[in-house]
Design a protein around this ligand. Structure first.
Ligand code: AVJ
Length: 336
């Protein structure tokens, strides 16, 4: 059974100007499974081809570095998606519908979700993220500037299961999954997550999702290996986070950032490459890295619109609308 620890956050219970009682709250972590998770993390590090799941990027510094990545000239994703929303705000809002519960998946700083509040007028805003440190201050800010909306923060790792059903009410729901975060899942796992979202939409509702599109490999590589080295720092910082979680002694400076577009798999891959041979102590074991050996830290899958629409249909969605920027660099879908 899910365990719930309810942490009150700024706002608590309050009465809105129009007399509604709203309860703002933080819930989670759902399914605390720290033991299971660190066992999987250790297995991944000790495996012949070492890997770290990308969810470990997002400690406090990782969240700050990701926010910086979104401002980089090379990282076209965030600003292109924002441009699509700005250009089609009214049309999208008419298709999505107002007065719903709005579930912001992987909400982070909630900036993209907040940009929809005025147009969609959600009754409830539920921010779901693995990083409490990111959503808690964001929700405190939003609760202050949007007194008519009830805010809930749910801290959970939905990379395996999206078990947020208990936090939803019976009204129609709009799921929001922006930023091409779905790209972190291999296609089969993406289908699994989309199917779970589809199951939670059964009482009327839909999914508004932003997904990156395959393009020139050099542009993609630059987006994930910027001139300032912010993405390199973001990638290396995962080792600081792992050290904090496991007590391991990775030296982030001894690993180089590697990012490239794997055309055959239609994904950008990020790796950390050992600059020299080294030994790392991990949970009472020793992992020897040869010079040039890599730790795989992220896949970021890209989908052409017909492919992604087909994936949505396989997940059980029927009506699918797509909006793109003029260059076709990014795509936004609403699926019911
Ligand atoms: C948050 C997973 C969408 O894959 O583009 C950014 C993460 N990694 N730069 C992405 C990321 C390197 C980002 N997602």
């Amino acid at each position: 059974m899910a365990q719930y620890a309810t942490i009150p956050f700024r706002g608590g219970e309050r009465v809105t100007p129009s007399g509604y009682r709203l309860i703002n709250r933080m819930i989670g972590p759902l399914r605390p499974q720290a033991r299971l998770d660190s066992a999987a993390l250790i297995d991944g590090l000790l495996a012949p081809s070492a890997a770290i799941p990308p969810k470990y990027f997002y400690d406090a510094l990782g969240c700050a570095l990701f926010d910086a990545i979104c401002e980089l000239p090379e990282y076209y994703l965030t600003r292109t998606e924002r441009g699509i929303y700005a250009a089609h705000r009214e049309t999208i809002a008419a298709v999505v519908g107002q007065d719903r519960q709005f579930i912001d998946l992987g909400a982070g700083n909630c900036a993209k979700g907040e940009s929809w509040i005025a147009a969609l007028q959600p009754r409830r805003f539920i921010a779901v993220d693995i990083a409490a440190a990111a959503i808690e201050p964001a929700l405190a800010r939003l609760a202050h500037s949007h007194p008519e909306v009830e805010f809930t923060g749910v801290v959970t790792d939905f990379s395996r299961t999206l078990d947020i059903g208990a936090e939803l009410d019976h009204g129609a729901a709009t799921f929001f999954y922006p930023g091409s975060s779905i790209g972190n899942f291999a296609p089969d796992d993406a289908l699994g997550l989309l199917s779970q979202i589809r199951d939670l939409c059964f009482r009327r509702g839909g999914l508004l999702i932003g997904v990156d599109v395959p393009k020139d490999g050099a542009r993609l590589a630059a987006a994930y290996d910027d001139a300032l080295g912010v993405t390199a720092a973001f990638n290396r910082n995962v080792l600081n986070h792992v050290n904090a979680l496991l007590g391991s002694d990775f030296d982030p400076a001894a690993f180089a950032h590697v990012a490239f577009y794997n055309v055959a798999a239609s994904r950008v891959e990020m790796h950390l490459e050992a600059s020299r041979a080294q030994r790392v102590a991990i949970a009472g074991r020793e992992r020897v890295f040869a010079a040039g050996e890599r730790i795989h830290t992220e896949n970021s899958y890209k989908y052409a619109p017909p492919e992604f629409a087909a994936l949505l249909r396989r997940a059980g969605f029927a009506d699918i609308a797509v909006w793109q920027d003029e260059a076709g660099d990014f795509a936004v879908y609403y699926a019911e």
